[in-house]
Design a protein around this ligand. Structure first.
Ligand code: FAD
Length: 299
């Protein structure tokens, strides 16, 4: 363990490593255990070296962005969590394209699109993730998804090599992309948007933000929709039909406002959340025969 720490220090610098990092502070669920090491790389070169080292030495690792689709078990993660945030947050516009780092908030990029009268990103303005996480998950809402606007993604592979992948080769599908299969690190992305009318873009963003506020329990910590949408059904409706609105385990609760969201009403542990997820899955399966698959990543 000390050897690992020494090697990490050499690779990324001591100031970029947190030992026993409380992952509550890095996830929107505000729950969960600790990571043995939380590393925040500062540049692409050291990230390439870090990834090659972790992979070649069989060290347990996981990449995160804003942690808005993530829950770390209370037992903790005995490995290295690598977080891509501020140091990867440059945004540049070039005509109808926006180039942005993996650590940019989607909302910030959507705002830049709006300011430049570029349409196509309105759907993403209210999703609380970073660009890297949104690419990995092919985040989407209200009929739009990242797949529609990605021209190219710059990634690092397990050998520590940088690759430019065209959007069409990213194997985007519902809440999935090649990033998850190949365990790529997303470094940056080029988005291709269209010239639009600024007032109309603002109007559409406001409409979607209002729809979110009206329907979603944004007043409580959560990871958004807890379950993927099962084909032909809505998770929230199935959960409601199973009589689970407001059902809770400890402070983990099926939202009264939107049954598709599990929320943390105070001090929920990751175990409370996981037990609630299991209970919901079992009850819905018993009542409807539909398998609910978690959308939230559980480490
Ligand atoms: C209130 C709320 C509303 C939400 N609404 C929506 C919605 O409408 N639509 C939607 O799709 N999602 C929604 N989400 C879920 C979440 O915001 C998205 O999945 C988002 O894209 C996750 O981004 P993140 O940076 O937080 O990723 P994280 O949660 O940190 O990670 C998610 C996944 O991405 C991977 N990942 C993250 N960064 C990188 C990187 N740089 N390189 C490689 N892999 C990476 C992780 O390994 C993990 O598998 C919502 C969440 C909340 C809390």
């Amino acid at each position: 363990m000390d050897k690992l720490y020494d090697n990490l220090i050499e690779l990324v610098g001591k100031e970029n490593i947190e030992k026993d990092a409380d992952m509550k502070n890095h996830t929107t669920f505000r729950a969960g255990g600790k990571a043995e090491f939380l590393v925040t790389p500062v540049d692409i070169e050291s990230t390439c070296r870090l990834y090659k080292y972790l992979y070649d030495n069989n060290i347990k690792y996981y990449f995160i962005g804003n942690g808005s689709n993530l829950l770390v078990r209370d037992e903790g993660f005995d490995g290295v969590i690598v977080k891509f945030g501020n140091n990867f947050s440059d945004i540049e516009t070039d005509g109808e394209e926006i180039k942005c780092g993996a650590g940019c908030y989607l909302s910030k990029v959507a705002n830049v699109a709006k300011e430049n009268s570029l349409k196509g990103m309105e759907f993403a303005a209210g999703i609380p993730g970073f660009i890297g996480g949104a690419i990995a998950m092919n985040a989407g809402a209200y009929g739009g998804e990242m797949k529609d606007i990605v021209k190219e993604v710059v990634v690092i592979n397990k050998n520590g090599d940088i690759k430019n992948i065209p959007g069409a080769e990213m194997d985007f599908s519902y809440r999935h992309s090649k990033v998850l299969d190949e365990k790529y690190i997303v470094i940056s992305v080029i988005l291709s948007l269209e010239k639009g009318n600024k007032d109309e873009i603002i109007e559409e963003m406001d409409r979607l933000q209002k729809a979110r506020k009206d329907k979603q329990p944004l007043e409580y910590p959560s990871a958004g929709s807890t379950f993927k949408r099962p084909e032909g059904y809505f998770a929230g409706k199935l959960i409601e039909d199973s009589g689970l609105r407001g059902y809770s385990v400890g402070d983990a609760c099926v939202s009264e406002k939107h049954c598709g969201f599990v929320v943390n009403k105070g001090n929920a542990s990751a175990t409370d959340i996981i037990n609630l997820i299991k209970h919901v899955q079992d009850k819905v399966y018993k009542d409807s025969g539909v398998v609910l698959e978690p959308e939230v990543k559980i480490l």
